[in-house]
Write a protein that binds this ligand. Structure first.
Ligand SMILES: [Zn+2]
Length: 70
């Protein structure tokens, strides 16, 4: 995968993870996920957090490494 393909892939994955996090919000009063009804943090929310952190780091690294060559 070339760097622009990787960048696009990481951006899509990060956006998708953000959508999942927005869906799997924890209800403040009950402490359960409002999408799947599990106690927080639900599996989806945890997985999305990990995915977002990973792909955000990739995007930052690409940005930092390519600031002058793009
Ligand atoms: Zn959930």
């Amino acid at each position: 995968m070339n760097s622009s393909g990787l960048r696009r892939y990481a951006a899509e994955q990060a956006a998708d993870a953000r959508r999942t996090l927005a869906e799997h919000r924890t209800e403040a009063y009950t402490g359960v996920c409002r999408s799947c009804g599990r106690p927080e943090p639900c599996d989806e929310q945890r997985a999305a957090r990990t995915r977002l952190a990973h792909h955000d780091a990739t995007l930052h690294a690409l940005r930092a490494g390519r600031a002058t060559s793009a």
